[in-house]
Design a protein around this ligand. Structure first.
Ligand SMILES: *Cc1c(COP(=O)(O)O)cnc(C)c1O
Length: 503
């Protein structure tokens, strides 16, 4: 990939980057550029493949159904071997985010709950009314936590399969609301650059426009820029509490006021913070308002499968009124298969995940969430101070527990490589280049924060001592972050997905 950048520069370097970007489509049709890209992308694939396909040759692979069923025993042995291989890294707290609770007894409890309700499909509310009970109570408990008790409005919502689906559903809701109630043909989402890509996905899937506004120097949304970007077709303004990249909370109060004044919806993306911030506030941390206590906030997404400590596959989307929620629903009245209705994207849904989410929430209780948040924020403070004490590093913004940092004089992606070599898995960011670590309960185990800071210090020292080295993934991230040809980056990502589907 280094070669790609160098060859691209040799070929196109005399052109200004903005021109290259504009001429990209044209340039990529040149046979010389095409050939070069194919060669280089193939070499990227070759570099990635061993890491993504480590089990080839070692475990049986199935590219057609086995003629006769395998014994359950041998299948379980394969599964046990695979999970044993992959377990240590997240269990010992060497990854950012990913597993948010992970205590053995919590997992065992959730697994029992799953087993009891594994056959449930909430699509059949008549057969399993328990599923509707779980879902209604998950929504009610989440709403209560996010300000419903302090306001008059009948806050309501649904459970979805994850943060992305919660966001997709909210954006579809605003699209249909804006069409019906404001006569807007092509509704627009207005979001700061830091808001999750799920908002772009919603715009793509649902034929909406999306406008992204720049961040301020503190990495929070710039309210002035957002005010200027409002158009007649703006249906919803978005803010994050906190944002995924930098873990900072947008000025939700100002942003939601702005939306309210203009008669526009406002969505707080609290996918990350929904189950932390209410408790952080109670613990006395500085938490600016972000929930339904702000009158302009008309919807919120909060992920039960992150800091709600449920199994993967659930999230909650909340609305200020049932009238708004109705725009989310789907119904079909004339199908020969009968009357059909569903609240979210899916038809059949895994009812067991509702049971697991419900059980996780009521087994922790307010006390459990408060204690988990206390531990996470204390560990995060230790880690943030430790990072700030490393002279080469700089923390971005003023985060609580998602800590982004960069190295002004070093290639931060090489620091990522050096951390990877020490068994850590952090998230690379771009614009500006940086890394982040999302602190979870895994990191609150004794010694984890200290080990992380020690490895981080070593990683930085290593990068400082070896300025000529290129690193493993660093060139790829570097290229992806800076290449003006965004279509090439897009192609790399699509090939990465193709690669995942190779046996
Ligand atoms: C995780 C996350 C999402 C998307 O959630 P998924 O569960 O991965 O679909 C959206 N917004 C923020 C701020 C997030 O952290």
């Amino acid at each position: 990939m280094n070669d790609l950048i160098e060859r691209m520069q040799r070929l196109l370097g005399f052109l200004p980057p903005s021109l290259v970007r504009r001429l990209e489509g044209l340039l990529r049709r040149l046979p010389a550029v095409q050939r070069m890209m194919d060669e280089e992308l193939a070499s990227v694939e070759e570099a990635l493949e061993p890491a993504l396909k480590p089990y080839r040759g070692e475990f049986p692979s199935y590219t057609r159904l086995p003629e006769r069923g395998e014994s359950r025993q041998s299948i379980l042995e394969q599964l046990e071997a695979l999970q044993a291989r992959e377990r240590a890294r997240w269990e010992e707290g060497r990854v950012s985010g990913a597993v948010y609770h992970g205590d053995e007894s919590h997992i065992a409890f959730l697994n029992r709950v799953y087993a009891l309700h594994s056959q449930v499909n909430p699509l059949h509310a008549d057969i399993w009314p328990s599923a509707a009970k779980f879902e209604a109570e998950i929504v009610a408990m989440t709403a209560h936590m996010l300000g419903a008790a302090q306001v008059e409005d009948p806050i309501c919502g649904t459970v979805t399969s994850g943060g992305t689906e919660s966001i997709l559903m909210a954006m579809k809701t605003y699209r249909d609301w804006a069409r019906r109630e404001k006569g807007i043909k092509r509704p627009m989402i207005l979001a700061p650059e830091s808001a999750h890509p799920a908002f772009d996905k919603a715009a793509q899937y649902f034929g909406m426009d999306i406008v992204r506004t720049p961040l301020g120097p503190d990495f929070r949304a710039d309210v002035k820029a957002m005010r200027k970007a409002i158009r007649r077709n703006t249906a919803v303004i978005v803010g994050s509490a906190p944002s995924f990249p930098h873990g900072v909370i947008d000025p939700i109060a100002e942003m939601s006021d702005l939306a309210r004044q203009r008669g526009i919806g406002f969505h707080t993306d609290a996918c990350l913070g929904g189950f932390i911030l209410p408790w952080a506030e109670k613990l006395g941390y500085p938490v600016p308002p972000f929930d339904f206590r702000l009158p302009g906030v008309t919807s919120i997404s909060a992920d039960t499968h992150k800091y709600g400590y449920a199994a993967k596959g659930t999230s909650v989307v909340l609305y200020r009124t049932p009238e708004l929620r109705r725009y989310q629903y789907f119904t079909a009245t004339d199908w020969p298969g009968g009357l059909y209705l569903s609240p979210t994207m899916a038809g059949s849904r895994p009812g067991a995940l509702l049971a697991v989410c419900w059980a996780a929430m009521i087994s922790l209780g307010e006390e459990g969430y408060l204690e988990a948040t206390r531990r996470i924020l204390e560990t995060a403070t230790t880690i943030r101070r430790g990072i700030e004490a490393i002279p080469d590093l700089r923390v971005l913004g003023d985060p609580l527990w998602i800590i982004a940092f960069t190295a002004p004089d070093l290639d931060i992606y090489r620091v990522l490589d050096a951390l990877s070599a020490r068994g850590w898995s952090l998230n690379p960011l771009q614009r500006p280049p940086a890394l982040h670590i999302a602190i979870t309960l895994r990191h609150t185990q004794p010694g984890v924060a200290e080990r992380f800071l020690e490895d981080l210090r070593e990683a930085v020292a290593h990068v400082r001592a070896t300025p000529g080295e290129k690193g493993e993934m660093a060139p790829i991230y570097g290229m992806a972050a800076t290449l003006p040809l965004r279509g090439v980056v897009d192609e790399v990502l699509r090939r990465y997905l193709d690669l995942l589907y190779k046996e």
